[in-house]
Design a binder for this molecule. Structure first.
Ligand code: F6R
Length: 608
């Protein structure tokens, strides 16, 4: 995710900004930049890629000054490029702004300012805010920022400087973290205490709606234009602990981020009253999408599982014939692609070699290609005709967790959109779906409370040699995903199967040592699943069921139950996968394995 650092004091700002940016490298980013006030003008440097590149670019340049701001960007609007990197500037180029988050109404702000004759350079939402502050500036940065923020919707953590006001940084928060760190005759703002820890441990955390004006010897907090007081606290934890946000592993942190990441994926895209969805990145191809005759989802591993769910959702909600292919098989199969076929690549990294090759093959055969990708500006994002970003931020743990739930959510949003436009979904049905989507983050939070219970289950079964995961309908891909998570981080052989297929082979494996995880939320196939559970019990298998609360039928035939909140069956995979992620995690921890770096695996598979 993006990172912010700001410095004001009596030292040179440049090395402090660079070191702060380096400290935030673990968060993942694709470009970086900084601005320093020198003699009432702004000195600026930006680069694409690693902080080291920015560092090299600043060498032998006279970037002197005691006030500056810096930023690492993880693109959400516009490719990673120097023009899209932050800081962004107002029209006079005297105001520099760095921003984390998303300004949702940036297009209307941009249009309004363009009508006033203001020209834009970047594709970012951030530039609209920088230009708006400049437009409202009447000699006082503090009030210009307050006025501008009263006109924006969305999430932000910002730091702003003006070359004519070289004694201050103005910073504010709404939805994106921001801290102020207090030194002696110097102060800092940052999105992350990791950026400033080497200079001071005295930190105040801003809350949503709060603003701060930071001078070298004075810090003034405000809320709704009125002064407030805030306490500073002395941080006791280490840099590494901060990077993992207090979690033992990145994977755990990412599992716990899912309420926020799902929120980000939906931000500004759900029309709750209308029962509809807005997907800006697909606007230009929407007509073609509505008329599509067939969808082919392409992906690998976890992304392939998300594709299987996309297939169900497209058929169920939009009436579109759909199939899911392993990208690695599709690319070599000489697939038949008729007119009206849309190939949808799902990829967290956007760089997976097989998925990229598959999408190229589909393109070569004249299919419309769509990307459901996390990393903005990645190769798949660039090479597809259009797409939708996941907006989950960088995924560092090798086992994919938060990307999966957002991939499924994007598939569901797209299916609702197409279902509405194709007249397959009534307003009422779509209304129920988007409102159920909106409730997912809080339901995920409820499931995360079950960690201790899941840990206890993990303790009981971590010595098992094999696991079976069974589900039907929407829950079958979840069974595959649960099994994959366990395999990759615990090295226990786990199989995912459609529950009814069990009797055609895997049932031979079942004995009193075999834990079988059943995905059994209330849905139209639950009663069939109950028979499958009975078949396992009859062979003395250990039944671990993921079900909805107060389900006595399931409870009475299970050895363990993990209760998750109910939602519509089409969205239930986003909830039922969470306990499976936690179960895999806790088992791997029990076994003393390196959860974030499982053997033989790479985060981004750029080879065949
Ligand atoms: C599993 C996992 C992999 C990836 C697969 C595709 O936890 O991470 O199976 O899902 O390598 O990667 P992306 O989504 O980057 O194309």
């Amino acid at each position: 995710m993006c990172g912010i650092i700001g410095y004001i004091g009596n030292k040179e700002a440049l090395p402090i900004l660079l070191s702060g940016l380096e400290r935030m490298e673990y968060r993942g980013y694709d470009s970086a930049g900084l601005a320093i006030v020198n003699n009432r003008s702004l000195l600026v440097e930006k680069s694409v890629g690693r902080i080291e590149v920015l560092k090299q670019k600043t060498k032998n340049k006279n970037l002197y000054g005691n006030l500056g701001i810096g930023h690492t960007r993880w693109a959400t609007h516009g490719d990673p490029s120097t023009v899209n990197a932050h800081p962004q500037f107002d029209a006079s180029k005297k105001i520099a702004l760095v921003h984390n988050g998303i300004i949702e109404n940036y297009q209307s702000i941009r249009k309004m300012l363009e009508k006033e004759g203001i020209q834009f350079e970047s594709e970012t939402d951030t530039e609209a805010l920088a230009k708006l502050i400049g437009f409202l500036y009447r000699g006082d940065l503090e009030s210009a920022v307050e006025d501008a923020l009263s006109q924006v919707d969305g999430a932000y953590g910002i730091a702003v400087i003006h070359s004519d006001e070289p004694d201050k940084i103005v910073a504010a928060r709404m939805g994106s973290p921001l801290i102020v760190a207090k030194g002696t005759d110097e102060n800092f703002v940052a999105s992350d205490p990791a950026a400033t820890l080497e200079f001071t441990r005295d930190v105040a955390f801003l809350n949503d709606g709060e603003m701060v004006v930071v001078k070298h010897n004075e810090i003034k907090f405000k809320k709704q234009r009125k002064m407030i007081t805030k306490e500073f606290e002395t941080l006791a934890y280490s840099l590494e602990e901060i990077e993992r946000g207090g979690f033992d592993h990145f994977m755990l942190k990412e599992i716990y981020m899912q309420p926020q990441t799902l929120e980000e994926t939906m931000r500004g895209r759900l029309m709750l009253k209308e029962g509809d969805v807005k997907l800006g990145g697909l606007r230009d191809v929407m007509e073609q999408l509505v008329k599509m005759k067939r969808a082919i989802f392409l992906g690998c591993g976890t992304a392939w599982h998300a594709g299987l769910l996309g297939e169900h959702l497209f058929e169920d909600l939009a009436g579109i014939p759909a199939e899911t292919e392993y990208a690695s098989e599709f690319r070599y199969r000489n697939p038949v692609i008729e007119d009206g076929t849309v190939a949808i690549a799902i990829s967290q990294s956007g760089e997976t070699a097989d998925t990229l090759a598959a999408i190229r093959e589909a393109k070569r055969k004249n299919a419309l290609t769509i990307g459901i990708v996390n990393v903005v500006g990645s190769t798949i994002a660039r090479e597809t005709h259009a797409g939708t970003y996941l907006r989950t931020g960088p995924e560092i743990g090798v086992a994919s967790t938060k990307a999966f739930t957002s991939q499924v959510l994007v598939c569901a949003m797209l299916a609702v959109k197409l279902g509405r436009l194709r007249g397959k979904l009534s307003h009422e049905e779509a209304f129920d779906l988007v409102n159920a989507m909106n409730e997912l983050p809080s339901k995920v939070s409820e499931i995360l409370e079950l960690r201790d219970q899941i840990k206890a289950i993990a303790q009981r079964f971590s010595q098992a040699r094999n696991f079976l995961y069974l589900g039907r309908g929407y829950q079958f891909p979840v069974a595959l995903e649960g099994a994959l998570k366990l395999k990759e981080i615990s090295y226990i052989l786990a199989e995912g199967y459609p529950a009814a297929e069990m009797k055609h082979g895997p049932i031979a494996l079942i004995d009193e040592n075999m834990p079988v995880v059943f995905l059994a939320p209330r849905d139209p196939l639950r009663s069939k699943l109950i028979s499958n559970i009975e078949q396992v019990r009859a062979r003395k298998g250990i039944v671990i069921s993921v079900c909805n609360p107060n389900d006595q039928d399931i409870r009475s035939i299970s050895n363990e139950v993990i209760e998750i909140p109910q939602t519509l069956p089409q969205l239930a995979p986003i909830l039922s996968v969470i306990p499976l992620q936690l179960l895999a995690y806790e088992i791997a921890v029990q076994l003393g394995l390196n959860v974030d770096r499982p053997r033989n695996l790479a985060k981004s598979v750029t080879v065949e």
